[in-house]
Ligand binder design. Structure first.
Ligand code: NAD
Length: 469
């Protein structure tokens, strides 16, 4: 059993002002795996005051000082990577190979990227008669979700630190362990007092207090659309900057010249990674109408090949994070059945042989883009296949969504694929795979307004000053 009942404020581990605790549930077993403290507004005030006090000195620190700290954190992160991966598995159910691999690895990647960007970043630029000076925005409230917990924390904490900002992190209540270990890492690496602070607790209390706080200059939020909207409203009275990284319903377009079976298998397998709890997942698979049957058969085979079970074993998919997420996903599967979508594989209930834990059957439907299951973010292992008539139709379907986070194109003709990518109204498009820690990540439309990752992620935390003359 884990017990994380203290917060990290002003380089000290401190008890909450008012004692209150909550259990953390292991989604694979439904048993309590540990306890955290729930903070209050008074804890937020303490953490923000510490961050404000530290900002004066940290904002004036040199690039060399900040690089030295980031490299120290990197050494300590490497020492504890396995431990963090295990924490991710326990808190949100990712298979252990994913938790200790890509989940923890993303954090290491963002740290290395922050170092690379900081080594070369132009904080000052002379342009004609004016000097552009990029200065840290101030005290940042960082609010993160549970699905890729280390990814979302590290993609905020390190750019904030690297640009000279100070921060107060509020990790997700459902998945608090990995962030707690990260705070221990920050401490061990010698992060100065107040530069990084962390409080656990409820979003409606801690997150809301950070959003409203007069002494917080910016809130960076990753999570659901409704909460993003609420945060924007809460932040409005204090005119703070709000960076939003919200949900998605991304289209994966397979072109007629592509290897259909191979790409459908990749898209189906990709959808089931992390039990479908990925904001940029390609949850709508668009295939040429003439090849729909072929695609459906390939998706069925791929889906049936996805192993589900104990995340400590060698499975492709663990449970979803919580009972409430399980219920929401079941509701969408029922909705798909009710609205007449064709069930290709999976369906309601737990996979055979699993009687405990929030396990969902990997599920594929074939439907049209007006189905609710094609329009709303399910945030579970549910893929929909949609037929298109020609490339214009494919683009029309892809863009017919309130979201605009990601997109995917698979096809042999690179020019056609890139031309299609240009027409997609999304913050990123992956053409025939690929991955780059330096590529900006964020959404159009209701998927948000921020850009994280790489150099773009630094600009989120910087003000621009012109010195003219
Ligand atoms: P959520 O919005 O419920 O919670 C996210 C965080 O906000 C949590 O820490 C929560 O405690 C906090 N919160 C809740 N209410 C709050 C309030 N009133 N004020 C301030 N903070 C509050 O989201 P979730 O269920 O944790 O995560 C899933 C969602 O996150 C999905 O919609 C997913 O698409 C999205 N997401 C987006 C990205 C991206 O980069 N665009 C990445 C991952 C997840």
């Amino acid at each position: 059993m884990r017990s994380y009942t203290q917060f990290y404020i002003d380089r000290k581990w401190v008890d909450p002002v008012t004692p209150a605790t909550a259990d953390v549930i292991n989604p694979a077993t439904e048993d309590v795996s540990g306890t955290i403290s729930l903070g209050s507004v008074a804890d937020v005030d303490k953490a923000v005051a510490a961050a404000r006090k530290a900002f004066g000195v940290w904002s004036q620190s040199s690039v060399a000082e900040r690089l030295e700290l980031l490299r120290g954190i990197q050494a300590e992160y490497a020492n504890r990577m396995q431990e963090m991966g295990e924490a991710v598995t326990e808190e949100m159910g990712a298979p252990i190979a994913l938790g200790c691999g890509f989940q923890a690895g993303l954090g290491a990647g963002h740290l290395q990227t922050a170092i690379e960007v900081l080594e070369n970043f132009k904080f000052e630029e002379q342009k004609g008669a004016h000097l552009i000076v990029r200065e840290p925005i101030g005290v940042c409230g960082l609010i993160t979700p549970w699905n890729w917990p280390l990814n979302q924390v590290t993609v905020k904490v390190f750019p904030a630190l690297a640009t000279g900002c100070t921060s107060v992190l509020k990790p997700p209540q459902l998945a608090p362990y990995s962030a707690q270990i990260l705070a221990e890492i920050m401490h061990k690496a010698g992060t100065p007092a107040g530069v990084f602070n962390m409080i656990q607790g409820q979003g409606s209390v801690i997150g809301s207090a950070l959003s409203k706080h007069a002494d917080v200059d910016m809130v960076s939020f990753t999570g659901s659309e409704p909460v993003g909207i609420q945060i924007s409203k809460d932040a409005a009275d204090t005119v703070k900057r709000v960076g939003l990284e919200l949900g998605g319903k991304s289209a994966w377009i397979i072109l007629d010249d592509a290897d259909m079976a191979g790409n459908v298998a990749a898209a189906t397998g990709g959808m089931m990674v992390n039990a479908g709890q990925t904001c940029s997942a390609g949850s709508r698979l668009l295939v040429p109408r003439s090849r729909l049957d072929e695609a459906v058969a390939a998706a069925k085979a791929a889906c049936e090949g996805v192993s589900v079970g104990d995340p400590h074993s060698d499975v492709a998919m663990g449970p979803v994070v919580s009972k409430s997420q399980w219920n929401i996903i079941q509701g969408y599967i029922q909705k798909g059945l009710d609205e007449g979508a064709t069930l290709v594989s999976g369906g309601l209930g737990r996979p055979d042989g699993l009687s405990r834990g929030y396990f969902v059957k990997p599920t594929v439907f074939a439907c049209t883009n007006d189905a609710v299951i094609a329009r709303e973010e399910i945030f579970g292992p549910v893929l929909v296949i949609i037929a298109y008539d020609d490339l214009d139709h494919a683009v029309e379907i892809a863009n017919d969504s309130v979201f605009g986070l990601g997109g995917y194109v698979s096809g042999q003709n690179r020019d056609t694929a890139i031309a299609l990518a240009r027409r997609m109204r999304t913050g990123a498009v992956w053409v025939n795979g690929g991955f780059d820690f330096h590529a900006p990540f964020g959404g159009y439309k209701h998927s948000g307004n921020g850009r994280e990752w790489g150099e773009a992620g630094f600009h989120e935390y910087l003000e621009i000053k012109s010195i003219i003359g």
